[in-house]
Design a protein. Structure first.
Length: 516
């Protein structure tokens, strides 16, 4: 449809139609108006509509200007447009870019006043939008908005724990994401602790990357003070560390132990000294402390912490009575770990909604099959690097019929009695009628080391018709599959909600490829 054919453009040609439309629009809800906005082809047709009814302006302007993407230099050194000055009070989120955005910097802007948005709540500053010479102007930008900022996502600050002193002046700050500091520097543990009560403990959402060597080990006095520290307000905590030291491990342990309101915990350690206690053992120790209620509200736990002992794993999971999402990336997760979930803490059979075992290299096909046959409430499941899938137990049904997301990476040791092992999976998948996300890109059929590798394929000649029951499917990931017109027509009939495909080759018609 051309702009001239747009219904609002036609209305703009006749004043009578405009007046008639005005009377009708007064009865529309905001959601209906927003839906109409999404159907505009370009800014010109939107402008025509705005001219139809000026009473829409009080609704549109705050929505259009609530989030602005702006060049970092423009935001730091001055406005690029008087329009930005005019609508600055409506801006609640500012996204800083190295270049581009809604406004470009001009030489004439260098002498103008820098950006100030009195109602700014969120500031997002990606790591690719960082240059050394902009650190001071960026700090000034944060300083100007210290009275209103509640959300700060930035990845380039130096100083104590990666954030500049200016961050501590944001008294309304509730969400802080900081990390990706490339340098190695000595950081004072005591100085960090001095900020605990006044800053760190009052955040609600913290994503913290500790990539520094603390200048000291925690003293016995410092360790003793842990119990006297104030409780945090944290509901979500993400901790990441490259090389774990005694100081950083102490901070991580303290934040977890003092966060009774924590709902989501992401714990990521790349490497650590063998002389230090493992993070899992510290978590288990906290769970066994009779004087403290450890993580009583925790619902989501993500552990990427290297090796662990299953006894500690059991202590931790026994204490987290509200847990519904579990992600473990560790080569220590094995059959014993699964037995703890299934038999030793049987409540997880009826409460666990999401289980992610990617990078768990000891997970076997039989274990995966057993999981899908055991946990009734499972809605999301992921597993990679599965050594083999036990097709002998194919008669046992999968019970997680409400599963919405399934990601499998499987190497099948093909059994001579099964000519088409793919059909076993197709029959399983077909029962999962609520499935919205299916990633089968890394399923190998046959020996993993055979050449060429035979990937799981899906087309009308390879069992595709079996999956006509998956009418809720939105994403499909495959490998080495080729679809033609027949498959495309089949998808439009049986998978009406499919939005994204990956790893599927669709031939381009010659009429569309005549120019190469």
């Amino acid at each position: 449809m051309s702009v001239q054919d747009h219904p609002y453009a036609l209305l703009a040609d006749k004043q009578e139609a405009i007046d008639s439309r005005n009377a009708t629009l007064e009865a529309l809800s905001i959601n209906e108006i927003l839906h109409m906005i999404g159907q505009f082809l370009d800014r010109h047709s939107l402008t025509i509509c705005l001219r139809v009814n000026k009473e829409w302006h009080p609704i549109f302007i705050p929505l259009v200007w609530s989030e602005v993407k702006i060049c970092l230099k423009t935001a730091c050194f001055g406005h690029a447009s008087t329009v930005l000055e005019k609508y600055a009070p409506f801006i609640r989120k500012l996204v800083l870019l190295m270049e581009g955005g809604n406004f470009e910097v001009k030489e004439s802007d260098q002498e103008r006043q820098p950006v100030f948005c009195p109602n700014l709540v969120e500031l997002f500053h990606p790591d690719e939008a960082y240059e050394d010479d902009l650190e001071e102007p960026l700090s000034d930008l944060i300083h100007r908005h210290r009275s209103s900022l509640k959300v700060l996502e930035s990845f380039c600050y130096g100083g104590v724990t990666g954030v500049g002193d200016v961050i501590y002046q944001c008294q309304k700050l509730e969400v802080l994401h900081t990390g990706e500091v490339n340098d190695k520097r000595k950081v004072s543990l005591e100085k960090w602790l001095d900020r605990y009560e006044s800053f760190w403990s009052r955040l609600r959402n913290l994503s913290l990357s500790l990539r520094w060597e603390f200048d000291q080990r925690p003293t016995p006095s410092t360790i003793h003070q842990l119990k006297d520290r104030a409780e945090t307000r944290l509901e979500k905590l993400e901790l990441q560390i490259d090389e774990c030291t005694a100081g950083s491990l102490y901070i991580m342990n303290m934040l977890i132990a003092k966060s009774p309101h924590l709902v989501k915990l992401l714990y990521h350690i790349d490497s650590m000294s063998l002389k230090l206690p493992s993070p899992m053992s510290l978590l288990a120790e906290g769970a066994q402390d009779p004087t403290a209620q450890f993580l009583p509200r925790l619902q989501c736990l993500q552990l990427m912490i290297g090796d662990f002992d299953n006894a500690d794993f059991q202590k931790l999971l026994t204490s987290t009575v509200c847990l519904v999402e579990l992600q473990v990336h560790s080569s220590s997760f094995d059959a014993t770990s699964w037995k703890i979930l299934k038999d030793d803490i049987p409540r997880y059979r009826n409460t666990l909604r999401s289980l992610d075992l990617r990078l768990c290299r000891k997970v076997t096909g039989s274990m995966v099959h057993n999981i899908l046959c055991t946990i009734l409430t499972l809605r999301e499941f992921s597993a990679d690097y599965i050594a083999e899938f036990d097709l002998v137990e194919k008669e046992q049904p999968w019970v997680c019929l409400g599963l919405k997301s399934l990601r499998l990476g499987i190497v099948i040791v093909e059994l001579p009695s099964l000519r088409q092992p793919e059909q076993v999976f197709l029959d399983r998948f077909s029962k999962l009628e609520a499935l919205e996300y299916l990633d089968a890109r890394t399923i190998f059929v046959g020996e993993y080391f055979s050449f060429p590798r035979r990937y799981f394929r899906l087309d009308l000649l390879h069992g595709m018709d079996t999956l006509k029951t998956l009418r809720q499917l939105k994403f499909l990931g495959l490998d080495s599959s080729r679809w033609g017109l027949a498959e495309i027509q089949w998808v439009s009939t049986y998978w009406p909600k499919l939005e994204t495909c990956s790893g599927i080759e669709v031939p381009v018609p010659e009429s569309e490829n005549c120019n190469g």
